[in-house]
Design a protein around this ligand. Sequence first.
Ligand code: ZN
Ligand code: ZN
Length: 224
Amino acid sequence: MSWHVTTYYCTTCGFRTSDTGSWGLKEYVLSTGVRLTIDWRLGWGHDCKSVRAVELLDLQIAEEVLRQIQSELAASTFNPKKWWCHLFKLIPNLWRFNLEHWQSSKDAYDDALDIVELIRNRQAARKCLSCGGTHVVAPLVTNAEATLENGGFAKTGFVHPECGGDMYMTEEGVRLAIKPVARRYTTEGEFIDDEALSGYSGPERQYYEDRQQHNRAKRVSFGR
Ligand SMILES: [Zn+2]
Ligand SMILES: [Zn+2]
């Protein structure tokens, strides 16, 4: 798998950069050891003077995600805590199928709950995920009509702070495959470390499954 490179440029001063610097999985590491995918948007980092990944930290979005998963779980008839659901064990494949499905919804619920708590307890302002600077603007692309279909270009809606010119974006047909990496941060957005992952451009599915197992074990040991 390879990804399209999007280039951002300013026609006034000639500034030009690609979004490849923002690629890669980014995770918060909670005090319990639980790891969660960071929701971020492409934005402008004033300290980096460039296009960067910026934390989103939007409580409304996080609470909406939580509500959706909550209602999915409530609507599901299968729940291993209900005695009659154990009758499914008579058909082992059906039991396994239902249990796995329920478990993945439960994992998603726990993750969403942790994200809501993280945002509520967060002290520091949102940060540029490259340098940690808090002087950021995100999202960068605010022009709702911006679309890059057919290799065109579009105004991003962002004014280049260095010169006051309009920023544009374009997809140049370049596709890159890079070694995926997970960059890890504290709940306050401070960089901890990174880890090279197997796969091309994005982590393999196995990575997410292993992370869920890891998170479950951490939650059990912390009584969550
Ligand atoms: Zn410019
Ligand atoms: Zn920065």
